[in-house]
Design a protein around this ligand. Structure first.
Ligand code: AMP
Length: 147
């Protein structure tokens, strides 16, 4: 079996996200793989800007909500030593954008939580379930329990 070369961590900044992030980091270290992170903005209104759905992280915007999300991603990226070019902040539908970036960036393992902001009602959350069913690469769903 080939080692993983490029791992994509999907973060929604919910309560147990740090635990999922640590698992992804430890796998990346173990396999000496590149680590990328993605956060999809699905819960704040899209401001009227010139740029498309991929948010440029190096530019400041005048939108406080956007800056707050950017700051969270930057903090996590720094903690995990992820290169700036491998931090993705994108507007859209989480499952779609996670799958798109994974394909575009030739990711071979996606790491996400079994559940996120959308609650523990299902055995596997809807984002996790959909990514698992529609991506071509491996997916690791880190089992999250109720707090
Ligand atoms: P869910 O299936 O929506 O309950 O979420 C399961 C997991 O999918 C979360 O623990 C995250 O790892 C990932 N995820 C959910 N929403 C997002 C998002 N907006 N951006 C990036 N990853 C997400």
């Amino acid at each position: 079996m080939d080692d993983y070369q490029h791992i994509l961590l999907a973060v929604d900044f919910s309560g147990q996200g740090d635990y999922v992030a640590k698992k992804a980091k430890s796998l990346a270290d173990k396999y000496q793989a590149k680590l990328s992170i993605i956060h999809v903005l699905d819960n704040i209104p899209m401001p009227d800007t010139n740029y498309g759905t991929v948010i440029p992280l190096a530019e400041d915007s005048e939108y406080p909500l956007l800056e707050a999300e950017k700051a969270k991603l930057m903090r996590l990226g720094d903690e995990l030593s992820v290169a700036l070019a491998d931090r993705w902040l994108i507007w859209g539908i989480p499952k779609q954008e996670i799958i798109n970036i994974a394909q575009q960036q030739q990711v071979d393992l996606i790491v996400l939580g079994s559940h996120g902001r959308h609650g523990l009602a299902l055995l596997l959350g809807s984002t996790a379930n959909s990514v698992l069913h529609h991506t071509l690469c491996d997916v690791m769903a880190v089992r999250l329990q109720e707090d």
